[in-house]
Design a protein around this ligand. Structure first.
Ligand code: GAL
Ligand code: CA
Length: 330
């Protein structure tokens, strides 16, 4: 008798699952997807816009079937701190990671870890080497071609120079310039420095580098370095290039304090930079499209999560921003 009952129960179970009419209705909430985002440091204007957009874009996709739980960490510009944060994402079983490395030389260590844990990862803003990216097929990189941002800065300088002969203050036909560079570890710093000047020279304008120092993407450092350049070269300075807007805005403060008017060109097109373009303080900048990059990185994270194949890298274009078109970006 007991055996018979068990048999009936089994048959009922099988039939139930076949016809789909289980006796109890299933209670299912949305599936939770945990997304860990590691930022190199929070105190960075461009990366702040970037991370806010990633979070807004992800949570904006929440619905009845899926809920994105986003956790964002501040690496405080210290790789050991960031590595601990990534270890903790792994220990907590996060589903996918988006990583803005502090130190590119740590890429292989991080890739070893996420690979061992089987957690697909999108690198952003700081590009690991080709060799590192080859370590696993569930990683990808989203960025912008730094060469292009440099070339656009060069174009802005050339156009200004050709339109205003008075910019050549000493009339020697040579563009005497100051270069404020970003952090050493970053491809954007080296390539913007190189390609901005390459473009000016390619247009047949001679250049003379008066001063080239690192402001590490930082506004205060940009101001201090420019003040130092002014102390050394004063009115010899004819153009200032900043590898990003924060340093360019710092340079403008230093120039104002010295009662000097010199064209300053940045990169990023942050809100304060666009204001400075409007007021005429900033000569030009280049849109570093944080919205496009944020959404592309999230989209690729979701592609990886779905188990689909990705390319090794994805590029979001830069756009030249001048007094003529800045309103389009405000
Ligand atoms: C650059 C950006 C800088 C800074 C840096 C951080 O692309 O232009 O302003 O945010 O990334 O890695
Ligand atoms: Ca000159």
């Amino acid at each position: 008798m007991k055996k018979l009952l068990v048999l009936f129960a089994l048959i009922a179970l099988v039939l139930g699952s076949l016809t789909g009419c289980a006796s109890e209705p299933e209670v299912t909430g949305p599936e939770t997807v945990k997304v860990g985002i590691a930022i190199y440091k929070f105190d960075d204007t461009f990366m702040t816009n970037y991370r806010n957009e990633m979070e807004a874009y992800l949570t904006g996709m929440n619905n009845d079937t899926v809920k994105y739980e986003v956790s964002i960490t501040d690496g405080k510009n210290d790789q050991a701190t960031q590595t601990e944060q990534i270890d903790s994402f792994i220990a907590q079983g996060f589903n996918v990671l988006i990583v803005n490395l502090v130190d590119l030389t740590a890429a292989s260590t991080i890739i070893d870890k996420v690979k061992a844990a089987g957690i697909p990862t999108v690198f952003i803003n700081r590009q690991p080497s080709t060799a590192d990216m080859g370590m696993w097929d569930k990683i990808t990189y989203v960025g912008a071609k730094a060469e292009d941002s440099g070339t656009y800065q060069g174009e802005i300088a050339v156009d200004l120079w050709k339109a205003n002969p008075a910019l050549d203050k000493n009339g020697d036909g040579i563009m005497q310039y100051v270069m404020l560079m970003g952090q050493e570890i970053h491809q954007d710093a080296a390539l913007r420095t190189e390609y901005s000047i390459k473009k000016v020279e390619a247009e047949g304008i001679k250049v003379e580098k008066l001063f080239e120092e690192r402001g590490n993407w930082d506004r205060v450092l940009g101001q201090e370095k420019t003040a130092a350049a002014i102390a050394q070269f004063g009115d010899k300075i004819e153009v200032v290039f900043g590898n990003n807007d924060d340093m360019a805005l710092g340079a403008i403060e230093a120039l104002k304090a010295a009662n000097m008017v010199v064209p300053v060109i940045g990169v990023d097109a942050t809100a304060p930079a666009l204001d400075a373009l409007e007021s005429g303080d900033l000569a030009g900048t280049v849109l570093n499209d944080h919205v496009g990059q944020a959404r592309t990185s999230v989209d690729k994270a979701l592609v990886l999560l779905a188990g689909e194949a990705v390319e090794k890298e994805y590029w979001v274009p830069y756009v030249k921003v001048t007094p003529e078109n800045y309103k389009d970006f405000k």
